[in-house]
Design a protein around this ligand. Structure first.
Ligand SMILES: [Zn+2]
Length: 320
């Protein structure tokens, strides 16, 4: 009851927020976060002055409470929605055998789609038209299976490159949704293989799917049958990587063979992704030691354990 109230509330909030913020050419949400940071810092500094301590601590307390309250009603309550897995016709545990069958299927799809897209002079996949990918994602939201998403797809373009792209590259964040402005931020520095699928993932948050792995699944549904080959390649490639991540613990030999069977184009894309991660991770590891790993785990972006709910959804959806 309470949750369905917030689901309806989210529909209205989405419309209002997008009308207010989507047209702004940069991420207004990022500016908002910077202002919050300045506000916090200012009142923390003043709280060291005896005379104004009482006032500044009270302001901080009220500020933090308002922020938390807004976060909860704009977003936090959506974590209590019915899980997508309950909406699928089966709820079977994923098995390595099934995952292997799908992985082989997705390797073939990736190879085929990769041969249709453009590459730079180093032979790495590049996006030629981000706008049309974004349009395609929004159209995809509107044609999701009704049994999985009953949410309104307003088809408002509110994708924004993040103002914090350097920080993102070094911390391994691909994108994020801002619940205060309903904008979808992505890291424009990322290897292009990530960008279309990350956009589809963040747009699923915009649609109203809060859980990380469900946003992956909805992003997958949006991208997998797309006529846009750049979006489709990025989605197929993400799906393949997720499957291999799931399989690798049980059967590393299989994964090794799969990687060897990547097409030369895919091998170049993979090498480029690895170089990007290494280049940035190296810097972070030098300064913060283990934080990056911890971060990735808590952020549920990497790590085979947290991939499994997406795999659950995928294997129950694509029954093999
Ligand atoms: Zn997400």
């Amino acid at each position: 009851m309470v949750v369905s109230f917030f689901e309806s509330f989210f529909e209205i909030q989405k419309e209002v927020h997008q009308a207010v913020f989507a047209w702004i050419p940069f991420s207004f949400g990022d500016v908002f976060y910077i202002l919050i940071g300045v506000f916090l810092l200012y009142y923390i500094v003043i709280s060291f002055k005896k005379k104004r301590r009482h006032f500044s601590l009270l302001t901080l307390l009220i500020g933090v409470n308002i922020f938390y309250f807004l976060y909860q009603i704009f977003w936090g309550m959506l974590y209590f929605q019915t899980p997508i897995i309950k909406k699928l016709s089966t709820q079977e545990e994923p098995t390595t055998e099934k995952a292997k069958v799908l992985a082989l299927k997705y390797l073939e799809k990736c190879k085929k789609t990769r041969s249709l897209v453009k590459e730079d002079r180093n032979g790495i996949f590049i996006i030629t038209d981000l706008r049309s990918i974004q349009k395609e994602i929004l159209a995809g939201q509107a044609s999701l299976p009704k049994s999985i998403s009953g949410k309104k797809a307003p088809e408002v373009n509110s994708f924004k490159p993040s103002l914090f792209r350097n920080v993102m590259s070094f911390t391994g964040i691909l994108g994020y949704y801002n619940p205060f402005t309903a904008e979808a931020q992505y890291n424009s520095q990322l290897p292009n293989t990530y960008i279309p699928f990350t956009s589809a993932h963040e747009s699923s948050h915009q649609l109203g799917f809060a859980r990380e792995q469900e946003a992956n699944f909805v992003g997958y549904l949006i991208g997998i049958n797309s006529k846009n080959s750049e979006l489709r390649y990025s989605t197929e490639y993400f799906t393949l990587k997720s499957l291999l991540n799931f399989i690798v613990e049980k059967d590393p030999e299989f994964v090794k063979t799969m990687l060897e069977n990547y097409s030369p184009q895919m091998k170049r894309d993979r090498a480029y992704e690895k170089a990007f991660v290494l280049q940035h991770q190296g810097w972070l590891d030098d300064f913060f030691g283990f934080t990056n790993n911890l971060f990735l785990k808590s952020n549920q972006q990497e790590g085979s354990v947290t991939y499994s709910y997406f795999i659950d959804l995928l294997l129950n959806y694509e029954r093999v």
